[in-house]
Design a protein around this ligand. Structure first.
Ligand SMILES: [Zn+2]
Length: 408
């Protein structure tokens, strides 16, 4: 991958803002120490962030005997970011301030027949309008809207190339959304959203190499390599959910058999339950969310059927995660998304044990396996971060008047 000087500058800008968000207020000296960048570079980048209105000067701190150091902090009211988690069964939209606090939230549920692109776009537009109204922010202060859509995405053209659960092929999603939403739009998929959320705000902050395992209806791995999100040559890296775990195994909607997803995604876990305990009262036919919730409650209550399903699922998951550990030698593997959040610590303990049975000793010893510490929807947070990154990229292309004009 060619890295231009502008890419490096953008990456440095991300790093400095990430550190300011993590440790506001802070001085340029502290930022230089924390990021490893020179004081001169930090001073330039801080100047750009001040010009963009993303951060603000907040006074001075005494440095023992030396000149007082100027302090900067993120300017929470300097703009608003919107994250859209477009999932198979719902649209969730959250509006954030620049400290990435959630100011407003809206959700629309989608029935199985609701998945025509025009219908989905309608749901997104309604929910975006709702959060802006709820938060009472001026339109000019909205820096952008990040949209996460499952499946294969061309983020440059804004096309959803393939969304298997809706059978979408080459849907020009960004163009359709532009007809309804006036803010800058950024499109990518949940793997990238979860990876970006962990990199900026979660368990991968400060990590060079991390894997964010996304456990939802679909399954995949967001990859952080060399301190940045790894996208691959056509933005489809991380489709670990469609790597083969069982030869001639369960059929997958991707056309293959025995994919990781067919044993560890929510529908796969329902199938694990059905196979192990066909008459289980935990099974809510046709409702994966309710079944996962019932299983998670059952595990908490020590229900032997629920515990058996969790262990069985964790065996598959552990074998797949061990492959990720062996392939990428990451500092951290983060279990993210709603299925991981529903099961929580019991899943983590079983996965750790299963990974230890399969992974090579050297990479395993260097890897922490953790649950995502992000308390809100990581896909919404990551999608909003796409918009933040977009605003930061534009900093290199001259001052953005709409950003400055949007400040109070
Ligand atoms: Zn597959």
């Amino acid at each position: 991958m060619k890295r231009t000087s502008r890419d490096i500058r953008t990456a440095n800008r991300y790093q400095v803002l990430r550190q300011i968000i993590a440790a506001s207020p802070t001085s340029r000296q502290e930022l230089a120490a924390a990021t490893g960048l020179s004081l001169a570079t930090v001073a330039t980048l801080v100047g750009e962030l001040l010009d963009l209105g993303l951060i603000t000067e907040v006074g001075f701190e005494d440095s023992a005997g030396g000149r007082p150091r100027g302090l900067v902090a993120v300017d929470a009211a300097g703009g608003a970011l919107i994250g859209v988690d477009l999932a198979e069964t719902y649209v969730r939209v959250e509006l954030f301030d620049l400290a990435l606090n959630v100011l407003a939230r809206a959700e629309e549920s989608m029935r199985p027949g609701d998945s025509r692109p025009e219908q989905v776009v309608g749901h997104v537009a309604t929910a975006v309008g709702s959060v802006v109204a709820q938060a009472g922010v001026e339109g000019a202060r909205v820096l952008g809207v990040g949209v996460s859509v499952p499946g294969q995405v061309d983020r440059d053209t804004g096309v959803s190339e393939y969304a298997p659960n809706w059978d979408w092929h080459d849907v020009p999603l960004l163009d359709l959304l532009t007809g309804h939403i006036a803010y800058p739009l950024y499109l990518d998929n949940p793997l990238r959203a979860c990876a970006v959320a962990e990199l900026w705000f979660g368990a991968a902050r400060g990590c060079g190499d991390a894997v964010v395992v996304n456990l939802g209806t679909g399954v995949g791995a967001g990859l952080v390599l060399g301190g940045g999100v790894h996208r691959g040559v056509s933005n489809s890296a991380g489709e670990w959910g469609h790597t083969t775990l069982v030869l001639d195994g369960r059929p997958c909607h991707c056309g293959n058999h025995g994919c990781v997803e067919t044993y560890t995604g929510a529908p796969g876990i329902m199938l694990n339950l059905r196979e192990l305990c066909p008459d289980s009262p935990l099974l809510c036919p046709g409702d994966q969310t309710a079944t996962i919730d019932a299983l998670a409650r059952g595990v908490g209550a020590g229900d032997p059927e629920a515990v058996a399903v969790l262990r069985h699922t964790a065996r598959y998951l552990g074998a797949g995660v061990a492959d990720l550990v062996n392939l990428f030698n990451p500092e951290v593997v983060v279990l993210s998304s709603w299925v991981a959040a529903a099961f929580g610590e019991p899943l983590l303990a079983e996965v750790r044990a299963a990974v230890a049975r399969h992974a090579l000793r050297r990479p395993l010893a260097a890897t922490r396996i953790v649950l995502s510490p992000i308390p809100t929807d990581p896909v919404c947070l990551g999608a909003a971060t796409f918009a933040l990154e977009g605003a930061l990229q534009s900093a290199g292309k001259g001052a953005r008047t709409r950003t400055a004009g949007g400040r109070r």
